[in-house]
Write a protein that binds this ligand. Structure first.
Ligand code: GLC
Ligand code: CA
Length: 553
C-alpha cells in the first residue's frame, strides 16, 4: 500500500473531543457550531486536520463511543447540516475533517442490536456475536448473559453496553457452532454496512476516519490476519472511490496496521516505547503498570533508547507504507502536562512537532491544561475523566466554555486560579501556545521537518543527555537537540559535512560545527532547532555521504 494523499505530508492533526471543546448555545456541552466558531483559533494555531471524537446519536454510556445511529449527529452536538457546515468552513480554510469510526461495537440501544436481541429470528440475528445458550460464556471473549429474551450471551467489545457486530471468527471452533466464519451471511452483511456507512460520510465531504479499536473486528484472529484482510479490502475500495481520504488506526502496531491499509497508526497505552518517552511514572499512567522514569522528566533518569530502539525498528519496517504518529495525549490518557511546567512542555513539543509522521495534538494540550485528579466517572469515562474537562478558553468561572453557569458544565473546569487559558496565552509571546504555534509554522514551512523527511539520530545514548537528531530532505538539514533534565548537558558527535549553523528556535542551546564533528552545549531544560547549510561548493550531500551516518543506529 502506498503512503496516501499528498496532503498528509505537512499535516498537523488536532483532536477535538466535542463534548468539552466549545459550547455555542449555553447548555454546558460542546457542539458542532462551537467547533465551526473555533476554526479561526485553529487556523491561527496552524493545525490543518481535525479529528472529532464520535458525535453521533448515542446514550453516552461510553461518551459517544457507543453509537446508536451511525448516520445521524447527536442532537446535543447539532444536526447533520451543522456537520456539513463545519466541513465546508474547514475546507474553505484548507483544513481537513476526520470523523471517528467505531466499527468494533455499537450501543446496546442500537436498533440493529435490539433486533438481534429478539427471540424470533430476523435479519439482525446474525449481525452480532451471540453464543447459542444463555448459560454459555464465549471462550476468551467478554460475554454478557441474561440481557435479552434471546437465549444466548452477547460479546461485548469494551464496556458491557458495547456489543460486538459479527465480522465472524478467523478460526471458528467446530465445538461452538455459533462461531461463524467470516464468509457467513451475517458477517458479510456487517462488512457491507461498514462500507455503506463510510461512503455515507465520505460523500458528505469528510476527509477520513480515525478508526476506533481497529484490530478488534474478526474474533479469534491470530496475528489479526482476517481483520487485516478486511481493512485491505476497504482500503482498495477507498483508493478507487475516495482516493484523497485517509484511515488512521487506533491499533498500536504499525507494522500490521499499515500493511492492512491504514495511512497512520499511533501508539496505545500498552506500547512501552511511547510510554517510556512521556508516561513512565505511576502518576502518569492509567491501567498499565508504570515503567520507571520518562525520558521527558527533569530528574534526567529516563533513557531515550527505550523509545528509540523500538521506534527506529518500526520506522524501518514501515518505510514508504504510512506514518507513525506520536500523540501529545488523547481522551484516554493522563495529560502530558502531568507533573510538568511550561519549560518542560516546550522541550517536549519541540520533539513532537519535529518528528516524522503526523503530529497529533489533543485539545487543551497546546495550552498545557492540567490533568484533573479524583473526578467521578462521567459517561463511562472510568478514570479518564481528568483529561476530558472543558477547554479553558478564558478566565471566567466557566472558563468561557459556555455561557451556562458552572454547575451546568459537562464536566467541572480546573478550579485553579492560575489555570492556563487560550486568551492569556494568545497575547503572551512566551507562552506554551505561542511556542507550539511557532513550531507548527516552522514544520509547515520546512519539508525536511514534515512527515516524510528522513530521521537520523546523531547523539542518542542510554543514560546520557542530550538527545540530538537530524531531519533531512534533499539538501536541507535540520538538527534538533533536547535536554529535558534540570542539569546542563553537553556532547560532541561526528557530523559531516559541516556548514553554517543558523539557530531557528532555541532556548539555552548552542550548536557549533568543527571539521567532521559537532558540539552541542545545553542548559537545564532546554531545546534547539538549527538549520545547517552545506559549505559553499564543498561536502557531499548529507543523504549520500557515508560519513554523515556515523552516529546513526
Ligand atoms: C477507544 C476509545 C475509547 C473508548 C474505547 C471503546 O479506545 O479511544 O475512548 O472508550 O475505544 O470504544
Ligand atoms: Ca451546546
Amino acid at each position: 500500500m502506498l503512503k496516501g494523499p499528498r496532503w498528509l505530508r505537512d499535516a498537523v492533526l488536532y483532536q477535538v473531543y466535542p463534548q468539552s471543546f466549545k459550547d455555542s448555545n449555553g447548555d454546558g456541552i460542546g457542539d458542532l457550531p462551537g467547533i465551526t466558531a473555533s476554526l479561526d483559533y485553529l487556523e491561527w494555531l496552524g493545525v490543518n486536520v481535525i479529528w472529532i471524537s464520535p458525535c453521533f446519536v448515542s446514550p453516552f454510556q461510553d461518551a459517544g463511543y457507543d453509537i446508536a445511529d451511525h448516520y445521524k449527529v447527536a442532537s446535543r452536538y447539532g444536526t447533520n447540516a451543522d456537520l456539513q457546515r463545519l466541513i465546508r468552513a474547514a475546507h474553505s480554510r484548507d483544513m481537513r475533517v476526520c470523523l471517528d469510526l467505531v466499527p468494533g461495537h455499537t450501543s446496546i440501544e442500537h436498533p440493529w442490536f435490539k433486533a438481534s436481541c429478539r427471540h424470533k429470528r430476523n435479519q439482525y440475528s446474525d449481525r452480532y456475536v451471540w453464543t447459542d445458550s444463555g448459560w454459555k460464556q464465549a471462550p476468551n471473549l467478554d460475554s454478557i448473559r441474561g440481557y435479552s429474551e434471546r437465549n444466548g450471551a452477547y460479546i461485548a467489545n469494551f464496556l458491557y453496553c458495547q456489543p460486538a457486530p459479527n465480522y465472524g471468527f478467523a478460526k471458528p471452533d467446530p465445538k461452538h457452532p455459533w462461531q461463524q466464519p467470516v464468509s457467513a451471511p451475517g458477517p458479510m452483511a456487517t462488512r457491507q454496512e461498514l462500507r455503506r456507512l463510510m461512503d455515507f460520510w465520505l460523500k458528505r465531504g469528510i476527509d477520513g476516519f480515525r478508526v476506533d479499536m481497529a484490530s478488534s473486528l474478526v474474533k479469534n484472529d491470530p496475528d489479526a490476519r482476517q481483520t487485516s484482510r478486511l481493512w485491505r479490502e476497504i482500503r482498495a475500495w477507498l483508493d478507487t472511490q475516495h482516493p484523497e481520504a485517509v484511515l488512521i488506526s487506533e491499533w498500536g502496531d504499525p507494522v500490521r496496521s499499515l500493511s492492512a491499509g491504514f495511512h497512520i497508526d499511533y501508539p496505545l497505552l500498552g506500547n512501552r516505547y511511547y510510554m517510556s518517552l512521556l508516561r513512565a511514572e505511576p502518576r502518569r499512567v492509567l491501567v498499565v503498570p508504570p515503567l520507571g522514569h520518562s525520558f521527558f522528566d527533569r530528574c534526567g533518569r529516563g533513557n531515550i533508547r527505550e523509545f528509540l530502539d523500538e521506534y527506529l525498528r518500526l520506522l524501518r519496517a514501515t518505510r514508504g507504507r504510512g506514518h507513525i504518529s506520536l500523540p501529545s495525549s488523547n481522551h484516554d490518557m493522563v495529560r502530558v502536562s502531568c507533573d510538568r511546567n511550561v519549560a518542560d512542555l516546550k522541550v517536549i513539543y519541540t520533539m513532537l512537532l519535529t518528528m516524522p509522521g503526523v503530529p497529533f495534538i489533543y485539545q487543551g494540550d497546546e495550552i498545557g491544561m492540567r490533568h484533573l485528579r479524583n473526578l467521578p466517572s462521567k459517561e463511562g469515562s472510568l478514570d479518564r475523566t481528568g483529561c476530558r474537562t472543558p477547554m479553558q478558553w478564558d478566565r471566567s468561572r466557566n472558563a468561557g466554555f459556555s455561557s451556562a453557569p458552572a454547575r451546568k458544565l459537562y464536566l467541572p473546569c480546573d478550579p485553579n486560579a492560575n489555570r492556563p487559558t487560550v486568551a492569556d496565552q494568545m497575547s503572551d509571546p512566551h507562552s506554551l501556545l505561542q511556542h507550539i504555534r511557532n513550531l507548527i509554522a516552522l514544520r509547515r514551512r520546512v519539508p525536511a521537518l514534515q512527515a516524510d523527511g528522513e530521521f537520523r539520530p546523531l547523539y542518542a545514548r542510554a543514560n546520557a543527555l542530550p538527545f540530538v537528531y537530524a531531519r533531512i530532505l534533499g539538501k536541507d538539514r535540520f538538527v534538533v537537540a533536547l535536554n529535558p533534565s534540570a542539569a546542563p548537558a553537553a556532547a560532541v558527535f561526528p557530523f559531516s559535512p559541516g556548514g553554517t549553523v543558523e539557530t531557528v528556535m532555541a532556548s539555552g542551546a548552542q550548536l557549533d560545527l568543527k571539521t567532521g564533528r559537532a558540539k552541542i552545549a545545553m542548559k537545564g531544560v532546554s531545546y534547539g532547532v538549527f538549520a545547517v547549510t552545506r559549505p559553499a561548493g564543498g561536502g557531499k550531500s548529507a543523504d549520500s555521504s557515508a560519513a554523515a551516518r556515523p552516529a546513526c543506529s
